[in-house]
Design a protein around this ligand. Structure first.
Ligand code: DC
Length: 502
């Protein structure tokens, strides 16, 4: 039931999607973060920007067009249109009064509740997502009434003060009702998505439920973005692929996040940290690989693992580095994995890494990795204690020696070792890593310790991902509370001053 005619346009090649920004003219921080996101998308060469509903906390027709607090964001959208970007805003449950006035003022498209676009030859059905939540009967009833054409016209024509009062009443009632509803009532009903997909779409993209999900259903793919407002979640179509970004702290906290993950060999930290980084869209730092690189260089030069002075000098000379994909180089030349993970290196690396000069020589290379992208998952022995003591999230993975040895054996079946030998080697490495004087292996005081002995890998990744996403929401609310101005200090005067300066 789209209520405005659609335009024909070229399929986008690099499109950005997000939803549930809940922009409010009285919250300049939120508006600024949304502007930064649009700027970033444009800088990345975006040719389609699709905002899938609840872009605004409330949209009160042409009155909202004049909201000075929203002006920077509206100007950004108009600028994007002028730069040749197709900008589409869909109705959400908060901003269903978006309409032609916005199209005329900014040049954007407001096709109504949904729109289909072709992404790499596949049809994507874009919508806010509330239509899939059919378990929430009260919500569906209320929004059928509110979307009734003549009533919408009436609402749009009301004096501004009445509109604000009504919007607040509806939002208050909705927040109150939401608090008493079950997760089932408020979640997406897959059968509804299947119905939509089987009616002629390859992928359904939406938001609304504030929790990210990327699933292959029977009739196609479902991509659900979490709310941009508190997670920075979005989706990007580029290079023929549609990628869901579950959380991006840059658009929420204004900076990247570091997740520190320590633990002994075989605790699962390498597999967990790699998968966690991939799910979050963060970079991955395998700090052990840097110590292995220095050990490789020492072996090549015939330096003994106990020659602290020689090794300290070697670190400065061999320039160990990591690229964005985690490949390790010495003097700019990639080190083959077979050499890095060879038995000879594994047998010496713990002793090499015990020297203070070696550790000091690698600290800046490791910290440099945190300066790229949305965030970093850093794994090692001293991530939470020494390299990133201020990390936003600190985990320590552990598992019993038996379980760790069995995992190692399963990982390297071709090496012909028996369980007892692997166990002895791990115990010796544990002893050396945790017994050394400099940066010994131990859980940071504030680390969350996770014993993975009885857990599937997938389960550990789920748990850590949930902690990070929830943690970013918590950091955001702390940041907001700290920035909150005492009542009365930011009255209508400040608002008028903003209006006058725009
Ligand atoms: O994670 P790994 O097995 O690749 O690590 C190899 C060795 O490097 C390990 O025995 C201890 C050392 N290491 C360290 O001392 N500090 C780190 N942050 C990472 C690894």
């Amino acid at each position: 039931m789209d209520d405005l005619p659609r335009r024909r346009s070229r399929p986008p090649e690099r499109a950005w999607f997000c939803s549930d920004l809940h922009l409010d003219g009285g919250d300049p921080g939120g508006v600024e973060r949304a502007c930064a996101f649009v700027d970033h998308a444009l800088a990345e060469g975006c040719d389609g920007l699709f905002l899938l509903g609840d872009v605004f906390k409330a949209w009160l027709g042409t009155n909202s067009l004049r909201d000075a607090g929203l002006a920077p964001f509206l100007q950004r959208l108009a600028g994007a249109v002028r730069a040749g970007v197709r900008v589409v805003l869909l109705h959400g449950n908060h901003d269903f009064l978006l309409g032609r006035h916005l199209e005329q003022a900014l040049g954007v498209e407001v096709p109504g509740r949904s729109v289909d676009v072709i992404l790499g030859g596949r049809r994507a059905h874009l919508s806010h997502g509330d239509e899939y939540c059919t378990g929430d009967v009260d919500y569906q009833r209320l929004h059928r009434v509110l979307r009734f054409g003549p009533l919408k016209g009436l609402l749009a024509g009301l004096p501004h003060a009445w509109q604000v009062r009504l919007a607040n009443r509806i939002q208050g009632a909705s927040t109150e009702a939401t608090a008493h509803k079950s997760m089932i009532e408020m979640s997406i009903v897959d059968a509804e998505v299947e119905r939509r997909l089987s009616a002629g779409a390859d992928v359904a993209v939406c938001g609304h439920v504030h929790s990210a999900r990327d699933a292959e259903l029977e009739h196609g793919r479902l991509v659900v973005m979490a709310d941009f407002e508190s997670t920075g979640s979005h989706a990007v179509f580029s290079g023929g692929e549609l990628r869901l970004v579950r959380v991006d702290p840059r658009w929420v906290l204004g900076r990247a996040c570091v997740v520190a993950l320590d633990g002994p060999a075989g605790s699962g930290k390498s597999s967990v940290s790699r998968q966690l980084a991939a799910r979050l869209g963060f970079g991955h730092l395998d700090s052990g690989a840097l110590y292995r690189a220095v050990t490789t260089a020492a072996l090549r030069e015939g330096l003994a693992p106990d020659d602290g002075a020689g090794l300290g000098e070697l670190v400065g000379r061999c320039s160990p580095s990591l690229d964005a994909h985690g490949a390790v180089s010495l003097d700019g030349v990639p080190v083959p994995d077979s050499e890095l993970r060879s038995e000879a290196v594994t047998a010496r690396v713990s002793r090499v890494s015990a020297h203070g000069a070696v550790r000091a020589g690698l600290i800046e290379v490791q910290r440099g990795a945190a300066r790229l992208g949305a965030g970093l998952v850093a794994e090692g022995r001293d991530m939470g204690t020494v390299v990133f003591p201020g990390a936003d999230f600190v985990f320590y993975l552990d598992a019993s020696l038996d379980v760790r040895a069995a995992r190692r054996l399963a990982q390297n079946p071709g090496e012909g070792q028996d369980l007892a030998t692997v166990k002895d080697a791990l115990a010796a490495r544990d002893h050396s890593d945790s017994g050394r004087d400099v940066a010994p292996l131990r859980a940071a005081e504030r680390a969350e310790v996770v014993d993975t002995s009885e857990l599937e890998l997938e389960h550990v990744v789920d748990l850590l991902e949930q902690r990070v996403v929830e943690g970013i929401r918590r950091l955001l609310s702390e940041q907001r509370a700290a920035a909150r101005v005492p009542p009365g200090a930011q009255g209508s005067g400040a608002r008028q001053a903003r209006a006058a300066s725009s």
